[in-house]
Each structure stands twice: as structure tokens, then as C-alpha cells.
Design a protein around this ligand. Structure first.
Ligand code: HGY
Ligand code: MN
Ligand code: MN
Length: 412
């Protein structure tokens, strides 16, 4: 079907329209899971889904589905196209939204062309993929795939306090469908790469064959508050200094490892957080990732050893809470090959690659054959308002999604 193409004006227009929803007073894009701005984005997507003549369904964790089940396909497992529309803080407009809007666009294009699929085609927007307000990330798809109990997920406390279940009720997205109510025949996620590889190699399409493991932890270090001026260095139980040593340890270890291991301390809070008080407490997060499970375990063990040594050396107490842990995932070889074939048919330069970021596809891969399609990110930038993908690449990726979707719903 590589002579068909998506409606680029509609696709790009919606991407920009959704990208304008949830701007704060400083113009930053912030649509954290189950927030009022998340509701606004959800409502807009729901209107597009209904206007396209699809059945709109919401499950108990707020996952949104647009279902196209033409005559004769009812009861067959659907081909599912998905991603997420929640964002990080001060986000770009493409992360997640691109895959959901393109999935809807593919369905609308096929419908308008009179295409008759052999099975339903569904577009999904999963709740709380980013995990910024509620951990773990990819929560909606993890619950959907049976990896996290729905009631435990709804009882999760947000970084700002409220329970997820209450917030979903509050925004009107505590749906009635049981998570997992549709088991996909195949799941395909179109996403920006969020890294530098495709751009650096001058490629248009990434056929994503695997995704690295992710370990999220929250570390709390407790020492003693004391006077910044009168307390000799040798007498300090300085939680802030101990935390800083962890940040340096992680970076130095990852840098020296010559492996794909990456480590990030993204959040840090000192208490009492006063200029002239030695911090009594430091609370921070550690994000460790590696495509190899054994190496990821070794990084976690090395951090645990370091924290033990630190506790003795700095005379502080250290407690660690696990926030998320996902093993590396290998995607479905057949779908990855279909993506490469579709790129070749359109003469789009393509390569196989690993995803450094977490995605809903890694959760849905637990219940269905899954794979991902990447398009280049300018400068490899993401989780940043400078996130950008050229329109041609946006359309090319959506056309590949269209080709693979029509191929997989034509023959079987
Ligand atoms: O953390 C991730 O990789 C994803 O953006 N949630
Ligand atoms: Mn994403
Ligand atoms: Mn993201």
C-alpha cells in the first residue's frame, strides 16, 4: 500500500494543536498524568476519535481507546497503534503525542480510502507513561498488560499528594472497561527517537528491535542539621555532601564503563533547604538503564555497595525505595522486518536500533507481538521544549505506520 499517504495537514495540525494544550503561565508544556491539563488533552483526543466515527472506550486506569471494528471484524483481536499524551515538565510537543495522533491518522486514512481490514484497528493513549507525578512510568500500559494490579496503581500517591484513582475520577477518566479488555493481535508504536542516532547517520526511520532495562530508585540520606558557620567539617553529618558524592559516583562509573549504561539523578531535595544550615536530609532519585539485564543488575549492586560505604564514611543513614524496575525487552522480529520492508519500499533509509527510552510498547510486548518505529530527533533532544522533528520525517514515519498497518490487516 506504499502509494497511499496520510493527510499531512491534518496530522501536523493536530500535533501542534495538542502541543498547545497545557501551557503554564511561563508557556511551558506540562500535562502531568491525571492533572487538569491532562484532562484537556484527553478531551481533545476523545473529540477527534469520535469525529472519526470510532468507538471511544476508557478503562479503569484511564487508558483511552479509539476502536474501528468494521463489519465482519468483531471478535477478532485488533491491531493496536498506541503511545501516550501525558508529558514531562516543560516538554516538547512530539513525545508520545506523535504516536497517538499518527495512529488515529492511519485509521482515518484507511477508512477514507475504503480499506477493509481483516480485523479491528485500535488507537490507544496510555495513562501516565512518563511517571513524573506517579511512579512507575509506563503505568497505564503496565496495568493493561497485567504487570501491575489496577487497585494498587489507583492507590498510588502522587509527588504532589493525591491518589491516582481520586485524580482520574476528578478529571472524569476513571473508565468502566477492565484493563486488558482487548488483547492486541499486534501492537505497533510510532515515536520520536529522542536520541542522536538517526540524525547523526542521516537516516529517516528506525526499526526498533529492543529496548533497554530501567531501574528507578528514591534514595533518602539523613544526617544532622547544624550551623554552616560554627560546625567544623570533621564534625558534620552532611546529607547534602553525601548526596553529591552519589551523583558523582554514578556519573564517573557510567562514563568509565565504556558500555551503554546510563545513570541520571533527575530530582533532588535538601531539608531544611536553608543557605546557612547543613542539610539534615537529602532525597533524590536514581534512574539507571542498560540494554543488558546482567549489567543493569551489576550497576544496581555497585550503587548499593557505594551507599553502604558512604553511610559509614559520612556517618549518615541511607534508605532506598524502589520506584520502577523493567527488564530489557526484545521486540517481534517479524514486525521489525515489516517496518524495514516498508521503509525500503518508500526508499527511506532505515536501520535497526535499541530504544534508550522507556515506552508503552515494552509493556504491551508482554501480551502481544510488538515493535516500534522511530523518526529522527533534531540534536537528539527530548524532554525539552527544543524537542523537534522535521515535518517530512513526521509524515514519513506515519506513512510507514500506515503501510505496516495495512499490510498486517490485509492478509491475516
Ligand atoms: O523514562 C522514559 O524513558 C519514558 O520517557 N517514560
Ligand atoms: Mn514517550
Ligand atoms: Mn517521555
Amino acid at each position: 500500500m506504499s502509494n497511499l499517504s496520510v493527510d499531512s495537514v491534518r496530522l501536523l495540525g493536530r500535533l501542534r494543536e495538542l502541543g498547545g494544550i497545557g501551557r503554564d503561565a511561563d508557556g511551558r508544556l506540562v500535562r502531568l498524568a491525571a492533572s487538569d491539563t491532562d484532562r484537556e488533552g484527553r478531551d481533545r483526543l476523545g473529540r477527534w476519535i469520535e469525529a472519526a466515527g470510532l468507538e471511544l472506550a476508557i478503562d479503569r486506569i484511564g487508558n483511552i481507546f479509539g476502536i474501528w471494528a468494521p463489519e465482519g471484524t468483531a471478535g477478532r483481536a485488533p491491531l493496536m497503534l498506541g503511545s501516550h499524551i501525558d508529558t514531562v515538565i516543560n516538554a516538547g510537543i512530539y513525545d508520545g503525542c506523535y504516536g497517538v495522533i499518527s495512529g488515529l491518522e492511519v485509521i482515518e486514512t484507511l477508512k477514507e480510502e475504503g480499506f477493509i481490514p481483516t480485523r479491528p484497528i485500535v488507537v490507544a493513549a496510555f495513562t501516565n507513561e512518563e511517571g513524573v507525578r506517579y511512579a512507575p512510568d509506563m503505568m497505564g500500559s503496565l496495568v493493561y498488560a497485567g504487570g501491575l494490579d489496577i487497585d494498587a496503581a489507583l492507590a498510588t500517591t502522587g509527588t504532589d499528594g493525591p491518589l491516582l484513582g481520586d485524580e482520574l475520577k476528578g478529571i472524569g477518566y476513571a473508565g468502566d472497561k477492565e484493563p486488558g479488555f482487548l488483547t492486541p493481535h499486534v501492537y505497533i508504536e510510532l515515536h520520536i527517537e529522542q536520541g542522536p542516532v538517526l540524525e547523526r547517520e542521516g537516516l529517516s526511520i528506525g526499526a526498533v528491535e529492543n529496548l533497554q532495562g530501567i531501574s528507578w530508585q528514591r534514595v533518602t540520606i539523613e544526617g544532622d542539621a547544624n550551623h554552616a558557620g560554627t560546625t567544623p567539617i570533621s564534625m558534620r553529618r552532611d546529607a547534602g555532601h553525601a548526596a553529591a558524592r552519589v551523583v558523582t559516583f554514578l556519573r564517573e562509573r557510567a562514563r568509565a564503563s565504556n558500555t551503554p549504561t546510563v545513570a541520571t539523578v533527575g530530582c533532588m531535595e535538601f531539608q531544611p533547604n536553608a543557605i546557612n544550615v547543613i542539610p539534615s536530609k537529602a532525597i533524590f532519585t536514581v534512574d539507571l538503564r542498560d540494554p543488558d539485564e546482567a549489567r543493569l543488575r551489576e550497576e544496581e549492586a555497585a550503587l548499593a555497595r557505594f551507599l553502604e560505604m558512604l553511610s559509614a564514611e559520612e556517618n549518615v543513614t541511607v534508605t532506598v525505595e524502589r520506584l520502577a524496575r523493567f527488564e530489557p525487552v526484545t521486540f517481534d522480529e517479524r514486525i521489525v522486518t515489516e517496518i524495514e520492508t516498508a521503509a525500503k519500499a518508500r526508499a527511506l533509509p532505515c536501520r535497526r536500533m535499541t530504544s534508550g527510552a522507556g515506552h508503552d510498547a515494552q509493556m504491551i510486548a508482554r501480551i502481544a507481538p510488538a515493535a516500534m518505529i522511530f523518526v529522527p530527533s533534531r540534536g537528539g533532544i527530548s524532554h525539552n521544549p527544543r524537542e523537534f522533528t522535521a515535518d517530512d520525517d513526521i509524515i514519513a514515519g506515519a506513512d510507514i505506520l500506515l503501510d505496516v498497518t495495512s499490510k498486517l490487516t490485509l492478509e491475516e
